[in-house]
Design a protein around this ligand. Structure first.
Ligand SMILES: [Zn+2]
Ligand SMILES: [Zn+2]
Ligand SMILES: [Zn+2]
Length: 257
């Protein structure tokens, strides 16, 4: 299975609008960050986690041919605002697109995109969501998603452990302020950890890079990729100072799980 980082940026993206700092004006493509999202694909599966405001550009760049489902972490705009561009994939999938999200996130999606969820007004050529409330582990194709609820300010984000052939392959935790002990127990020795590493300065709803490193080391994650990065992080400079098995993710990076 391949995992492609469609976006590794925080909610405003990098470069930020109207900012001329050294990261926003960097010519290194790794300093250009769409909003955070990943694409999982193997021969039986094509799934994105979240539909960011950049989803259309991300899907074009990655040449995503079809989608079997969308899995949502939470309802902040930087994770759902690309919903409308699921239209093509919904039509190609037989006028239905399965959406997996925790009940609160689903209720927010239904409110934000009522014209798609309301059977009385939507047209079959529009996005036709098929809601699947997450209440425990679920399977799409031969891939199992184990929900990892983590605190993110006033709400909870649902991260995921991604299992294939009965083995944990990766954990995706893009927006979190902490990883509580019971959740750590679900992802110890995980081969690939993808985790919020917002910036150096503390933030009420996100992990700092130092906090993410501490969690990765406590979990004994074999390989860690930091995501949801800001314009405070210059890729080449900060990546070079990280522990050897911890790296900054960047848009377009593809890894095998
Ligand atoms: Zn976010
Ligand atoms: Zn900037
Ligand atoms: Zn968020």
């Amino acid at each position: 299975m391949h995992l492609t980082f469609l976006g590794t940026g925080t909610s405003q993206g990098v470069p930020m609008l109207a900012c001329h700092c050294r990261v926003c004006s960097s010519t290194d493509p790794r300093d250009r960050r769409f909003r955070s999202s990943v694409w999982l694909e193997d021969k039986n599966l094509s799934v994105v986690i979240d539909t960011s405001p950049d989803f259309r550009s991300q899907a074009l760049r990655a040449a995503i041919p079809r989608l079997d489902a969308v899995v949502y972490t939470h309802s902040h705009a930087d994770h759902i605002a690309g919903f409308d561009d699921l239209r093509t994939y919904s039509v190609k999938n037989g006028n239905r697109i399965p959406l997996y999200a925790d009940p609160f996130t689903l209720s927010r999606l239904e409110k934000a995109f009522d014209y798609a969820f309301d059977l009385k007004i939507r047209s079959p050529a529009y996005v036709c969501p098929e809601p699947h409330p997450i209440t425990g582990p679920f399977t799409i194709g031969s891939t199992t998603f184990v929900p990892l609820p983590v605190p993110h300010g006033s709400i909870t984000t649902t991260g995921f452990r991604i299992d294939s052939a009965g083995r944990p392959r990766a954990a995706y935790l893009p927006d979190c302020a902490a990883v509580p002990p019971p959740i750590r127990d679900l992802i110890r020795n995980i081969p690939v950890l993808i985790i919020d590493g917002l910036r150096e300065e503390p933030h009420p709803t996100h992990l700092t890079i130092a906090q993410a490193i501490e969690i990765a080391q406590d979990l004994k994650a074999q390989r860690t990729w930091l995501t949801h990065l800001t314009h405070n992080t210059l890729h080449a400079e900060r990546d070079a100072t990280l522990p050897q098995n911890i790296r900054l993710a960047y848009d377009g990076l593809q890894i095998d799980l």
